[in-house]
Design a protein. Structure first.
Length: 439
C-alpha cells in the first residue's frame, strides 16, 4: 500500500506531543526539531500510523527490529500476556526460557557445527555485547579488545569500549578503561585499504587481547560491507592467538542480509554471537550465544549468578522471540529476504546517476546510497534534507555513518515491488530538487 503523499507531516498532534515531551524528557534523547516529530500510534507490516492518522511506509524496520514486519509477534505476546508477564529469570524462570535457548542453539551453533550453543539472555542489544565481553575475559583472562573504526555496539559502558564512532565515546572516555585497540573496517572493493588492514592486523600485539569484537557488516557505521575474506582472516587470527571472536549480529542477524546471519556470507563460525533487534521483533530481549565449550568458562552458579538482571528471560520477550525464530529458521524466510534484497538492489542502483549519489551498496535488506558533494565531501547536509523531504512524502528512512551522509534502506521483508518503486521515485524527485535539477 503506497502512502498518499501526505504533506501534513509533522501533524498538529505530533507537534503538541513534542512540546509536552520537551518539558519532561532529558533533552539529549528524542530529536525534536520542528520539522521532524512523528509520534507513532500503531503499526502493521511495513506501515506505521502516526498520532495524526498519517500512514507512513517504514523503510527502517524501526532500527532493524521489524524484519518480519510490524506486529509479527503480536499474537504470541497477546497469548502470553494472559498467562505470565514476568518470572524470576535466574531463580525460578519461565518455562519458555528453556525453549528460547534451545531454539537459539539450533539456529546458530547446532546448524553450523553440530555442537550445542549456550545462551546468556539480556534486555538491550548492548547487554548482549557486554555479556560477550565478560565471557571473553572468563575464557582468556585477558581484558584487551580489538574492535573497528565505525563500529556501533550500543552505548552501555562495556559496549562503548568497542565503539568506533568517537562521538559516542568521547564524553565518557575518562570512565572507560584503555583496553581497546581499533583497526579500520575494510570496505568491499577498496583493495588498498584491505591490504593495509591485513598488515595492521598482523602487527597487533595479541598478548593482552582477549576478544575481537566486530559486526560482519557495519550498520550504524554507514552500511559498510567488507570483503568476504575479512571474517575468515579474523577467525584465523583469533585461532592463532587463542582470542575469542565475538560477532555482533544485533543488526545483521536473522535474515537481514539475505542469509540467516551475516557470518553465513563467509562461512565463518564465531565463538560468540550477539543478537537483539529482530530476535523478538519488538520486545527488549537480546542474547549472547556461544559455543558450549566457550560458554562453559563461566563457573556453575551456586545461587548467586555473576551476570543476570531482574527481567532476564522475560516470558513476553521469550514468547515473541520463539515466534520470530520459528519463522527466521525457515529457509523460505531466508529465500524471501534474498529475493527481496535482489529486487531492491536492482531498483535502487538506478539512482546511481542522480545528483549527490556516490554509490549504492548493500546485501539483502540492508542497503544504502552514499551521498557526496561534487568535491567528494560527505553530503550529510543533503542526506538530512532528503530524509526530511521523504518524511513529508510519508516515507521513513534514516541517515547513517558518522558524517550522516549515507541513506540507509532497511525495510521489512514484506516490502512490495510497488512500494520499492515508489520510494526510488520519491528519492529521485527529492535528490533532483536538492540538486537544483527539474525532474
Ligand atoms: C550492531 C549493533 N550492536 C549493538 C546495538 C545496540 O543495541 P541496543 O540499542 O538494543 O542496545 C546496535 C543498535 O543499533 C547495533 O546496530
Amino acid at each position: 500500500m503506497l502512502p498518499e503523499l501526505v504533506t501534513s507531516i509533522p501533524g498538529p498532534e505530533s507537534l503538541r506531543l513534542a512540546a509536552r515531551l520537551k518539558e519532561v524528557e532529558c533533552r539529549n534523547t528524542t530529536y525534536l526539531s520542528p520539522d521532524w516529530p512523528v509520534f507513532w500510534e500503531r503499526a502493521e507490516g511495513v506501515n506505521v500510523w502516526d498520532a495524526d492518522g498519517n500512514r507512513l511506509l517504514d523503510f527502517t524496520s524501526a532500527f532493524g527490529v521489524a524484519t518480519l514486519g510490524h506486529g509479527f509477534s503480536a499474537k504470541a505476546v497477546a497469548e502470553q500476556s494472559g498467562l505470565l508477564v514476568h518470572a524470576m529469570g535466574d531463580v525460578h524462570p519461565a518455562r519458555l526460557k528453556v525453549e528460547l535457548c534451545e531454539r537459539l542453539s539450533a539456529i546458530t551453533f547446532e546448524r553450523w557445527t553440530g555442537e550445542k550453543g549456550k545462551t546468556l539472555l539480556g534486555n538491550s542489544g548492548f547487554e548482549a555485547v557486554e555479556a560477550a565481553l565478560k565471557t571473553a575475559v572468563m575464557v582468556t583472562g585477558r581484558s584487551g579488545i580489538l574492535s573497528f573504526e565505525g563500529a556501533y555496539h550500543g552505548l552501555g559502558y562495556g559496549a562503548l569500549l568497542g565503539a568506533g564512532i568517537e562521538w559516542f565515546r568521547a564524553p565518557f572516555e575518562k570512565q572507560l578503561s584503555d583496553v581497546t585497540r581499533r583497526l579500520p573496517f575494510p570496505k568491499l572493493g577498496d583493495y588498498e585499504s584491505w591490504n593495509g588492514i591485513l598488515t595492521a592486523l598482523q602487527s597487533v600485539d595479541p598478548s593482552a587481547i582477549g576478544a575481537v569484537l566486530v559486526e560482519p557488516m557495519q550498520g550504524r557505521g554507514g552500511i559498510v560491507i567488507p570483503p568476504v575474506e575479512f571474517l575468515c582472516e579474523l577467525r584465523s587470527w583469533c585461532d592463532e592467538h587463542a582470542v575469542v571472536l565475538i560477532l555482533d549480529e544485533i543488526y545483521t542477524g536473522l535474515n537481514r542480509t539475505g542469509k540467516p546471519f551475516g557470518c553465513d556470507w563467509s562461512d565463518t563460525v564465531p565463538d560468540l554471537i550477539c543478537l537483539g533487534k529482530s530476535l523478538s521483533g519488538g520486545f527488549p530481549i537480546s542474547a549472547c550465544v556461544g559455543k558450549a565449550s566457550i560458554m562453559d568458562a563461566w563457573p556453575e552458579t551456586h545461587g548467586e549468578a555473576l551476570h543476570t538482571s531482574t527481567f532476564l528471560g522475560n516470558p513476553l520477550g521469550c514468547a515473541m522471540a520463539i515466534a520470530s525464530l520459528e519463522t527466521h529458521a525457515d529457509p523460505v524466510t531466508t529465500r524471501l529476504a534474498w529475493d527481496r534484497g535482489n529486487d531492491m538492489g536492482a531498483a535502487f542502483r538506478e539512482l546511481c546517476d542522480e545528483p549527490f549519489v556516490a554509490e549504492w551498496r548493500g546485501v539483502g535488506l540492508m542497503q544504502a546510497i552514499e551521498l557526496r558533494h561534487a568535491d567528494g565531501r560527505p553530503a550529510g547536509d543533503v542526506c538530512i534534507d532528503l530524509v526530511k523531504g521523504l518524511l513529508k512524502d510519508g516515507i521513513l528512512v534514516l541517515p547513517d555513518a558518522p558524517e550522516g551522509h549515507v541513506l540507509a534502506l532497511t525495510p521489512p521483508l514484506g516490502i512490495s515491488d510497488e512500494e520499492i518503486a515508489f520510494v526510488v521515485e520519491r528519492i529521485r524527485v527529492r535528490l533532483r530538487e536538492l540538486g537544483g535539477i527539474s525532474s
